[in-house]
Design a protein around this ligand. Structure first.
Ligand code: SF4
Ligand code: SF4
Length: 120
C-alpha cells in the first residue's frame, strides 16, 4: 500500500502521543551511536513502559520524542527502533493520514492515478 511513499520529513510522527518501545538489543546499539555507555543511555534517555514490559524512549517536555533534534531530525536515525523503521510501511494508526504529509501526498496521487485510469 505504501510502496511509493515519500517521507516529507515533517517530524509529525515523532510528535504524536504514544510510546516508542525498545527491543532488548536497542539500548546497546543506540548508546553506541550516541557515544554513550549503555547504562547512561538507559538511565537518562529511557523509562519503564506504561505496561511495565521493557523500556521506552523518553519524551521531551513538549511531548515529542526526546530523540528528535531542534532541526526536526532523528538523532538516532540509523539505529532507530523497529516502530520508527516500519512506519508507515508495515503499520499505521487510524489517525496517521491526519498528520503524515507523506501519506496525504501518497493518497492524493493514488486518487489522481485512479481517476486517470478511468479517464483514459
Ligand atoms: S526515535 Fe527517531 S524516528 Fe523514532 S520517534 Fe524518536 S525521533 Fe522519531
Ligand atoms: S509524519 Fe510522515 S511525512 Fe512526516 S516525518 Fe513522519 S513519516 Fe515522514
Amino acid at each position: 500500500m505504501n510502496e511509493n511513499f515519500q517521507c516529507r520529513q515533517c517530524g509529525a510522527c515523532c510528535r504524536i502521543e504514544g510510546i516508542v518501545r525498545l527491543k532488548d538489543d536497542d539500548p546497546a546499539k543506540i548508546a553506541a551511536h550516541l557515544g554513550m555507555s549503555e547504562a547512561d543511555f538507559i538511565a537518562h534517555e529511557t523509562e519503564i513502559a506504561p505496561d511495565r514490559r521493557g523500556l521506552v524512549l523518553k519524551d521531551r517536555a513538549d511531548g515529542a520524542c526526546a530523540m528528535l533534534d531542534e532541526n526536526n531530525r532523528c538523532r538516532i536515525y540509523p539505529v532507530r527502533p523497529e516502530k520508527c523503521r516500519t512506519f508507515p510501511y508495515a503499520w499505521v494508526n487510524d489517525n496517521s493520514f491526519e498528520y503524515c504529509k507523506g501519506l496525504q501526498s501518497n493518497l492524493k496521487s493514488e486518487v489522481r492515478g485512479s481517476s486517470c485510469e478511468k479517464t483514459f
